[in-house]
Design a binder for this molecule. Structure first.
Ligand SMILES: [Zn+2]
Length: 256
Protein backbone atom coordinates (compact mmCIF):
# COMPACT_ATOMS: atom_id res chain seq x y z
CA UNK A 1 0.00 0.00 0.00
CA UNK A 2 1.21 3.50 -0.82
CA UNK A 3 2.18 5.41 2.31
CA UNK A 4 0.39 8.73 2.73
CA UNK A 5 3.61 10.70 2.18
CA UNK A 6 4.28 8.89 -1.12
CA UNK A 7 0.93 9.69 -2.65
CA UNK A 8 0.86 12.01 -5.64
CA UNK A 9 -1.41 12.74 -8.55
CA UNK A 10 0.60 11.86 -11.67
CA UNK A 11 -1.74 12.34 -14.61
CA UNK A 12 -0.06 9.95 -17.04
CA UNK A 13 -0.66 7.00 -14.73
CA UNK A 14 -4.30 7.76 -13.99
CA UNK A 15 -7.56 6.83 -15.68
CA UNK A 16 -9.97 9.62 -16.59
CA UNK A 17 -12.32 8.87 -13.73
CA UNK A 18 -9.40 8.96 -11.29
CA UNK A 19 -8.46 12.36 -12.69
CA UNK A 20 -12.07 13.49 -12.38
CA UNK A 21 -12.10 12.58 -8.68
CA UNK A 22 -8.66 14.11 -8.10
CA UNK A 23 -9.79 17.40 -9.65
CA UNK A 24 -12.30 17.80 -6.82
CA UNK A 25 -9.27 18.59 -4.63
CA UNK A 26 -6.56 19.70 -7.08
CA UNK A 27 -6.06 23.43 -7.59
CA UNK A 28 -2.73 23.64 -9.41
CA UNK A 29 -1.29 21.76 -12.39
CA UNK A 30 2.48 21.27 -12.33
CA UNK A 31 3.98 21.03 -15.82
CA UNK A 32 7.62 19.87 -15.90
CA UNK A 33 9.75 21.11 -18.81
CA UNK A 34 13.06 19.58 -19.89
CA UNK A 35 15.22 19.25 -22.98
CA UNK A 36 16.88 16.64 -25.16
CA UNK A 37 20.44 17.79 -25.57
CA UNK A 38 24.03 16.74 -25.19
CA UNK A 39 25.34 16.64 -21.61
CA UNK A 40 28.98 15.81 -22.30
CA UNK A 41 30.23 12.20 -22.14
CA UNK A 42 28.92 11.19 -18.74
CA UNK A 43 25.23 12.18 -18.72
CA UNK A 44 22.55 10.95 -21.11
CA UNK A 45 20.66 13.41 -23.26
CA UNK A 46 17.43 13.19 -21.28
CA UNK A 47 19.22 14.75 -18.28
CA UNK A 48 17.15 17.94 -17.95
CA UNK A 49 13.93 16.07 -18.68
CA UNK A 50 14.66 13.45 -16.00
CA UNK A 51 15.61 16.14 -13.48
CA UNK A 52 12.51 18.24 -14.16
CA UNK A 53 10.23 15.19 -14.05
CA UNK A 54 11.64 13.68 -10.86
CA UNK A 55 11.86 17.03 -9.08
CA UNK A 56 8.23 17.74 -9.95
CA UNK A 57 7.20 14.29 -8.69
CA UNK A 58 8.76 15.08 -5.32
CA UNK A 59 6.92 18.39 -5.31
CA UNK A 60 3.63 16.67 -6.20
CA UNK A 61 4.11 14.33 -3.21
CA UNK A 62 4.72 17.24 -0.86
CA UNK A 63 1.65 19.10 -2.03
CA UNK A 64 -0.75 16.15 -2.37
CA UNK A 65 -3.74 16.37 -2.86
CA UNK A 66 -3.70 20.00 -4.01
CA UNK A 67 -1.60 19.56 -7.16
CA UNK A 68 -1.49 17.27 -10.16
CA UNK A 69 1.52 16.65 -12.39
CA UNK A 70 1.15 16.53 -16.19
CA UNK A 71 3.46 14.62 -18.54
CA UNK A 72 6.86 16.25 -18.91
CA UNK A 73 7.61 18.38 -22.00
CA UNK A 74 10.68 16.42 -23.03
CA UNK A 75 12.09 18.80 -25.65
CA UNK A 76 13.18 22.39 -25.20
CA UNK A 77 15.23 25.14 -26.81
CA UNK A 78 18.63 23.59 -27.46
CA UNK A 79 19.84 25.35 -30.61
CA UNK A 80 23.16 26.06 -28.91
CA UNK A 81 23.87 22.31 -28.57
CA UNK A 82 23.03 21.23 -32.11
CA UNK A 83 26.68 20.76 -33.06
CA UNK A 84 26.58 17.59 -30.95
CA UNK A 85 24.89 14.51 -32.44
CA UNK A 86 21.60 13.59 -30.79
CA UNK A 87 20.46 17.00 -29.63
CA UNK A 88 16.88 17.74 -30.71
CA UNK A 89 15.62 21.30 -30.37
CA UNK A 90 12.22 22.90 -30.66
CA UNK A 91 11.82 26.34 -32.15
CA UNK A 92 10.67 29.01 -29.67
CA UNK A 93 7.29 29.13 -31.43
CA UNK A 94 6.81 25.37 -31.12
CA UNK A 95 7.60 25.29 -27.41
CA UNK A 96 5.27 28.20 -26.76
CA UNK A 97 2.46 26.62 -28.80
CA UNK A 98 2.91 23.27 -27.09
CA UNK A 99 2.75 24.88 -23.65
CA UNK A 100 -0.36 26.84 -24.63
CA UNK A 101 -2.05 23.69 -25.97
CA UNK A 102 -1.44 21.91 -22.67
CA UNK A 103 -2.93 24.82 -20.74
CA UNK A 104 -5.89 25.04 -23.14
CA UNK A 105 -6.64 21.35 -22.54
CA UNK A 106 -6.32 21.53 -18.77
CA UNK A 107 -8.55 24.58 -18.71
CA UNK A 108 -11.34 22.43 -20.20
CA UNK A 109 -11.09 20.28 -17.08
CA UNK A 110 -11.58 23.25 -14.79
CA UNK A 111 -8.00 24.08 -13.84
CA UNK A 112 -7.07 27.76 -13.51
CA UNK A 113 -3.64 27.74 -11.86
CA UNK A 114 -0.50 26.40 -13.52
CA UNK A 115 3.19 26.19 -12.66
CA UNK A 116 5.80 25.28 -15.25
CA UNK A 117 8.70 23.58 -13.45
CA UNK A 118 11.65 24.10 -15.73
CA UNK A 119 14.86 22.06 -15.71
CA UNK A 120 16.62 23.72 -18.66
CA UNK A 121 17.82 27.32 -18.59
CA UNK A 122 17.57 27.58 -22.38
CA UNK A 123 13.76 27.57 -22.03
CA UNK A 124 13.64 30.68 -19.85
CA UNK A 125 13.18 33.26 -22.59
CA UNK A 126 10.21 31.43 -24.11
CA UNK A 127 8.55 30.80 -20.76
CA UNK A 128 8.82 34.52 -20.00
CA UNK A 129 7.13 35.43 -23.27
CA UNK A 130 4.53 32.71 -22.71
CA UNK A 131 3.53 34.22 -19.37
CA UNK A 132 3.20 37.69 -20.88
CA UNK A 133 1.04 36.41 -23.72
CA UNK A 134 -1.20 34.39 -21.41
CA UNK A 135 -1.66 37.40 -19.14
CA UNK A 136 -2.91 39.35 -22.14
CA UNK A 137 -4.93 36.57 -23.79
CA UNK A 138 -6.34 34.70 -20.78
CA UNK A 139 -6.28 37.00 -17.75
CA UNK A 140 -8.54 34.65 -15.81
CA UNK A 141 -5.67 32.14 -15.56
CA UNK A 142 -2.81 32.32 -13.08
CA UNK A 143 0.40 30.97 -14.52
CA UNK A 144 3.89 30.87 -13.02
CA UNK A 145 7.13 29.35 -14.13
CA UNK A 146 10.33 28.62 -12.28
CA UNK A 147 13.73 27.37 -13.33
CA UNK A 148 13.95 25.47 -10.10
CA UNK A 149 17.75 25.40 -9.86
CA UNK A 150 17.65 29.17 -9.37
CA UNK A 151 15.89 28.56 -6.05
CA UNK A 152 19.04 26.87 -4.76
CA UNK A 153 21.46 29.56 -5.89
CA UNK A 154 22.99 29.91 -2.41
CA UNK A 155 23.87 26.20 -2.43
CA UNK A 156 25.35 26.51 -5.93
CA UNK A 157 27.41 29.53 -4.85
CA UNK A 158 28.74 27.68 -1.81
CA UNK A 159 30.11 24.73 -3.75
CA UNK A 160 30.71 25.80 -7.31
CA UNK A 161 34.25 26.08 -8.59
CA UNK A 162 35.84 28.24 -11.25
CA UNK A 163 34.06 27.90 -14.58
CA UNK A 164 31.02 26.02 -13.24
CA UNK A 165 28.05 27.07 -15.32
CA UNK A 166 25.46 24.40 -14.47
CA UNK A 167 25.79 22.29 -17.56
CA UNK A 168 27.04 18.72 -17.15
CA UNK A 169 29.27 20.15 -14.41
CA UNK A 170 29.81 19.35 -10.73
CA UNK A 171 26.51 21.04 -9.83
CA UNK A 172 24.30 19.33 -12.39
CA UNK A 173 26.02 15.98 -11.96
CA UNK A 174 25.52 16.14 -8.17
CA UNK A 175 21.87 16.88 -8.68
CA UNK A 176 21.42 13.98 -11.09
CA UNK A 177 23.07 11.60 -8.57
CA UNK A 178 20.29 12.49 -6.14
CA UNK A 179 17.34 12.86 -8.52
CA UNK A 180 17.91 10.47 -11.44
CA UNK A 181 21.06 8.35 -11.02
CA UNK A 182 20.27 6.28 -14.11
CA UNK A 183 21.22 9.33 -16.22
CA UNK A 184 24.82 9.20 -14.96
CA UNK A 185 27.31 7.00 -16.82
CA UNK A 186 29.93 7.03 -14.08
CA UNK A 187 32.66 5.37 -16.06
CA UNK A 188 32.63 8.31 -18.44
CA UNK A 189 33.02 11.02 -15.82
CA UNK A 190 35.91 13.15 -16.96
CA UNK A 191 37.16 16.71 -16.94
CA UNK A 192 36.32 18.75 -20.01
CA UNK A 193 38.76 21.58 -20.52
CA UNK A 194 37.04 24.75 -21.61
CA UNK A 195 38.38 26.20 -24.82
CA UNK A 196 40.55 29.23 -24.33
CA UNK A 197 38.47 32.04 -25.76
CA UNK A 198 38.19 34.42 -22.80
CA UNK A 199 37.14 37.46 -24.79
CA UNK A 200 34.17 35.59 -26.18
CA UNK A 201 33.04 33.79 -23.07
CA UNK A 202 34.41 34.71 -19.67
CA UNK A 203 34.48 38.46 -20.01
CA UNK A 204 31.31 39.29 -21.84
CA UNK A 205 28.93 36.38 -21.74
CA UNK A 206 28.20 36.72 -18.01
CA UNK A 207 27.37 40.39 -18.11
CA UNK A 208 24.45 42.44 -19.35
CA UNK A 209 25.48 42.03 -22.99
CA UNK A 210 23.84 38.88 -24.32
CA UNK A 211 24.80 36.75 -27.27
CA UNK A 212 24.39 33.13 -28.21
CA UNK A 213 27.37 30.83 -28.46
CA UNK A 214 27.29 27.25 -29.61
CA UNK A 215 28.63 24.89 -26.96
CA UNK A 216 31.10 23.55 -29.49
CA UNK A 217 32.69 27.01 -29.53
CA UNK A 218 33.45 26.95 -25.81
CA UNK A 219 33.92 23.27 -24.91
CA UNK A 220 35.44 20.13 -26.43
CA UNK A 221 33.00 17.57 -25.07
CA UNK A 222 30.07 19.71 -24.00
CA UNK A 223 30.48 20.29 -20.24
CA UNK A 224 30.99 23.62 -18.49
CA UNK A 225 32.67 22.68 -15.22
CA UNK A 226 34.25 19.70 -13.53
CA UNK A 227 31.91 16.76 -12.92
CA UNK A 228 34.60 14.72 -11.15
CA UNK A 229 33.89 16.69 -7.98
CA UNK A 230 30.19 15.82 -7.97
CA UNK A 231 28.64 14.17 -4.93
CA UNK A 232 25.14 13.19 -3.91
CA UNK A 233 25.11 15.31 -0.72
CA UNK A 234 25.42 18.54 -2.71
CA UNK A 235 22.65 17.31 -5.01
CA UNK A 236 20.41 16.55 -2.05
CA UNK A 237 21.02 19.99 -0.50
CA UNK A 238 20.21 21.72 -3.79
CA UNK A 239 17.06 19.75 -4.46
CA UNK A 240 15.69 19.95 -0.92
CA UNK A 241 16.39 23.72 -0.74
CA UNK A 242 14.57 24.28 -4.02
CA UNK A 243 11.70 21.99 -3.00
CA UNK A 244 11.18 23.84 0.29
CA UNK A 245 11.04 27.22 -1.42
CA UNK A 246 8.79 26.11 -4.25
CA UNK A 247 6.40 24.30 -1.91
CA UNK A 248 6.13 27.52 0.14
CA UNK A 249 5.38 29.52 -3.00
CA UNK A 250 2.72 27.09 -4.19
CA UNK A 251 1.03 27.08 -0.79
CA UNK A 252 0.78 30.88 -1.12
CA UNK A 253 -0.38 30.48 -4.72
CA UNK A 254 -3.14 28.15 -3.49
CA UNK A 255 -4.26 30.51 -0.78
CA UNK A 256 -4.51 33.63 -2.94
ZN1 LIG B 1 21.21 20.09 -18.14
Amino acid sequence: MTKERDKAYIMSGMTWDEVERALEKVEVALIPVGSHEQHSLHLTQNCDTARAENFTKLLAKRLYPKVIMTPVINFGLSEHHLSFPGTISLSPETLKSLAKDIIFSLKQHGLRKFVFVNGHGGNDSVLNVLLSELKREQPELEVAYVSYNDLAQEVVDEYKGEGEAVHACMIETSEIMYLAPEVLKKDKTHYDQRKDIPYRYSKYNKGPIKRTLDFAEVTEKGALGDPRKANIEIGEEMVETALNKLADFINDFLAN
